[in-house]
Design a protein around this ligand. Structure first.
Ligand code: AN7
Length: 350
């Protein structure tokens, strides 16, 4: 094995990294790109690949942007970071803040953060505050509290977040020697679709890729402001990571859609859960519900015959399935308890 290189070192030439930027790392990036033969059979697409972002240090893609944002916070001599979050941003901010010896406060929508993410933020020693409202309320509060010389906001309104997250597109281009024909991605606050599009665009401009992918983003039906063209005041979906009614990166998501000739559409909670179960049971890949929105969208578009000529596609699986154990339990059914004997066990598994 070669010595591991920190993400911000590896892509230093493509990131706002200076000699003074600390080479902060928890081993983020370099995530697996895995073939999905079950989805290939079902959709008839020649190559379907999964970018497994749940393999990042805190279990989501947020680590790519957070390492950059926290490193820049340290460089600017901040002593604390602050964010609103549906959970994964909070877990990531808390981890990198701990690593960098910064204080961290995370503002969460009360009652709507998956338990795995909440316990991460607590374990990493963040101040955890739940507001009686949605993620959008939490982000409004964060903007109100505001940044200062000491405090850096590390939501994706911090441009360094997007810079770090675009490295996932570079990795995909490196693997294929080109961009895929299409990229499928969940959309919440719309930072990640913005980041991938920027990454693919830079890779094409630098001659690393001959083309850019068609970008397909998916929101949950009950939290689909970009699809509707208007903010959603009371967003609802079991995919709590993307339960967002007013995305911060709305305009750049529209630009990614339109410049790539793609689409941003809605998938129902039922479609999300079906894709979530399919990934786990057929592909052996366990992601969180919000992540499965990308695959739900792939299945819907394939079924509608809208993906002809898209021969190599990538679905981004943004977060690890263990983030949301309560949702996972609903898949599991009951666990049989039997006497500890061969007879009883043989009967139970027959
Ligand atoms: C697993 O953590 O917004 O469209 O505060 O956790 O870039 O917002 C999380 C978002 C997709 C949507 N998948 O990405 C937060 C937060 C997972 C996520 C998204 C999120 P963006």
């Amino acid at each position: 094995m070669p010595m591991p290189v920190p993400l911000i070192e590896r892509y230093a030439a493509r990131l706002p990294v200076t000699a003074k930027t600390p080479r902060l790392t928890l081993g983020e990036g370099g995530t697996p790109l895995v073939r999905a033969p079950g989805l290939e059979r079902e959709t008839g697409i020649a190559e379907v690949w999964l970018k497994i972002e749940g393999a990042n240090p805190t279990g989501s893609f947020k680590d790519r942007g957070m390492v950059m944002a926290v490193a820049k916070a340290v460089e600017s001599k901040a002593t604390a970071v602050l964010c609103a979050s549906t959970g994964n941003t909070a877990a990531s901010a808390a981890a990198y803040a701990a690593r960098a010896s910064l204080r961290c406060a995370v503002i969460l929508p009360a009652g709507y953060v998956a338990v795995g993410k909440l316990v991460q933020a607590i374990a990493f020693g963040a101040h955890v505050v739940a507001v009686k409202g949605t993620f959008d309320d939490a982000l409004r509060v964060v903007r109100e509290v505001g940044a200062s010389e000491d405090v850096t906001i590390v939501n994706s309104i911090n441009p360094y977040r997007i810079d770090g997250q675009k490295t996932a597109a570079f990795e995909i281009v490196e693997t294929f020697g080109d961009a895929p024909d299409a990229l499928f991605i969940p959309v919440g606050n719309a930072g990640n679709i913005t980041a991938y599009w920027r990454g693919f665009t830079e890779a094409a401009a630098d001659g690393l890729a001959k083309k850019r992918p068609v970008m397909y983003g998916f929101q949950a039906e009950g939290a689909a402001p970009i699809v509707r063209g208007a903010p959603v005041e009371h967003p609802e979906t079991l995919a709590t990571a993307i339960r967002i009614g007013t995305p911060a990166s709305w305009q750049t998501a529209l630009a990614a859609r339109d410049e790539s000739g793609g689409a941003i559409e809605a998938v129902s909670d039922e479609q999300i859960v079906e894709a979530y179960a399919f990934l786990a049971r057929v592909e052996g890949v366990f992601c969180e519900p919000a992540s499965a929105a990308s695959v739900a969208g792939l299945r819907a578009l394939a079924q509608a015959g809208r993906l002809r000529g898209r021969d190599r596609v990538v679905c981004v699986l943004t977060g690890n399935g263990l983030k949301d154990p309560e949702r996972a339990r609903t898949l599991a059914g009951e666990v049989l308890e039997v006497e500890p004997s061969g007879v009883a066990v043989r009967e139970a598994i027959a």
